[in-house]
Design a protein around this ligand. Structure first.
Ligand code: GDP
Ligand code: IMO
Ligand code: MG
Length: 428
């Protein structure tokens, strides 16, 4: 069972870092295939808490080979910062490999991200401001800069000139900002060349050889299904393919090599940034979920929007990703609620929708139709088998499994690394 994809089911922050970590010891390779430092994974190991943005969370597990695939956009300053931070805590980062085809986020991408958001005013996406969207736009526009361009100064200069040509007109004439000099960008990018050189290679070749040899390769998705540029709540999405198909294009392996697709889903729902969110709570229950679940962005520190579990979203994610196993995280955060509402369908201006409506306006108007499930009061964070859970918690999990249409193989009952109940092995 060598190729395992991990994807977020909802709007991100489901606890994907923990799932990668759980597979840790049996994993040979962990590949990040999309996104950039807009992601934020928090992994708790013992008393240590690690917040990673750009690096795949598998980098924390000794013996795992971390890879940044071609589908990722890389901010070199952030890359070096994260590597230094891990090294200073004694983590070996020397095995990191980076695709020569990955694209680079530069100063002008970050600037454009911020000014375009400001111009959107009320329609703003609420991006992380890290330059993700503009870097992917350049990639699709064929004016992006790739990691391999760093090693040929002439080519690099030409590419920066080409990219800045249009952008400086935009920055100066439309956004009223100063023009950015080619030399400034060139100098900045060149300053990283020697450090990055030993890490860069043909990661597609590397990964295909690893799969040929029977190694276990985990493809770690950033963001989530509902933030995917094709399948999410467009335009309130990120700019990459965060779904299982993105694992193939974003790493250069064929789809037939992806044996298992693991969807990570929180026992309730959160979202950062703008866009529709049918089960969103604005009341005390919401405040309680946010406080207990510590729902504040790892990347921007923004309070996350919170709401109840939404079963049609999980069914949708199953369909888009071909999910084989679900990991249900943060079940412990629901402890203490008398009744737990779960969204089973939507009401859209008097019409019932059992599935996520394809029309964005309908989804904006969707009001959740809830089924209420009984809560539990017992502390479940010490449970390590399904049978140790209180019966109401077991029934909650079984109800979600039934509604979602895919087996729940792992249940998260606490932030710690070992705070999980494994019902079905993810690797066998
Ligand atoms: P990611 O972006 O999907 O990797 O998720 P984040 O790291 O942004 O957010 C998930 C947070 O939930 C992290 O702080 C995890 O330590 C924490 N977490 C993950 N699983 C559980 C769980 O089962 N229970 C609790 N209480 N916390 C969890
Ligand atoms: P992880 O991997 C939650 C959201 C932003 C914004 C939208 C677009 O930790 O689950 P971008 O900067 O990507 O152009 O912003 O996407 N967003 C995330 N929300 N978790 C993430 O990553 C996110 N990455 C981007 O808040 O609404
Ligand atoms: Mg996160």
């Amino acid at each position: 069972m060598p190729g395992i994809v991990i994807v977020g089911v909802q709007w991100g922050d489901e606890g994907k870092g923990k799932a990668t970590d759980l597979l840790g010891e049996r994993t040979d390779w962990v590949v990040k295939f999309n996104g950039g430092n807009n992601a934020g994974h928090t992994v708790v190991i013992g008393d240590e808490k690690y917040a990673l943005h750009l690096l795949p969370s598998g980098i924390l597990t000794p013996g795992v080979n971390p890879v940044i695939g071609n589908g990722v956009v890389i901010d070199l300053e952030v890359l070096m910062y994260e590597l230094d931070a891990l090294r200073s805590r004694g983590i070996d980062t020397s095995r990191l490999r980076i695709s020569a085809n990955a694209h680079i986020i530069t100063h002008y991408h970050r600037t454009l991200d911020k000014v375009t958001e400001r111009f959107l005013g009320k329609r703003q996406i609420g991006t992380t401001g890290r330059g993700i969207g503009p870097a992917y736009a350049d990639k699709i526009n064929r004016v992006g800069i790739r990691v391999q361009d760093l090693f040929d100064e002439n080519i690099l200069r030409q590419k920066i000139e080409g990219a800045l040509d249009q952008k400086n007109h935009l920055l100066v004439k439309v956004y009223n900002r100063r023009a950015i000099a080619v030399e400034e960008i060139l100098e900045d990018l060149l300053s990283y060349v020697e450090r990055i050189r030993p890490m860069v290679c043909d990661t597609s070749l590397l990964l295909n050889e690893a799969l040929d040899a029977g190694d276990v390769v985990v493809f770690e998705g950033g963001q989530a299904t509902m933030l995917d540029v094709d399948h999410g709540t467009y335009p309130f999405v990120t700019s990459s393919s965060a779904t299982a198909g993105g694992a193939a294009t974003g790493s250069g392996v064929g789809p037939r090599r992806l044996d298992r697709v693991v969807g990570i889903v929180k026992a309730y729902t959160t979202r950062v940034g703008s866009g529709p969110f049918p089960t969103e709570l604005f009341d005390e229950d919401g405040d309680r979920l946010r406080a207990r679940g510590f729902e504040f962005g790892t990347t921007t520190g923004r309070p996350r929007r919170v709401g109840w579990y939404d079963a049609p979203i999980t069914r949708y994610a199953n369909r888009i990703n071909g999910i084989t196993d679900l990991v249900l995280t943060k079940l412990d955060i629901l402890t203490g609620f008398d009744r737990i509402p779960v969204c089973v369908a939507y009401d859209v201006d008097g019409r019932r929708f059992d599935e996520v409506p394809v029309n964005q306006s309908d989804f904006h108007h969707a009001r959740p139709i809830y089924e209420e499930l009984p809560g539990w009061r017992e502390d479940i964070s010490g449970a390590r088998t399904f049978e140790e859970l209180p019966s109401a918690a077991r029934d909650y999990v079984l109800a979600l499994e039934e509604m979602s249409g895919t087996r729940i193989s792992v249940i998260g009952v606490g932030a710690a690394r070992d705070a999980v109940i494994v019902r079905h092995d993810l690797v066998d």
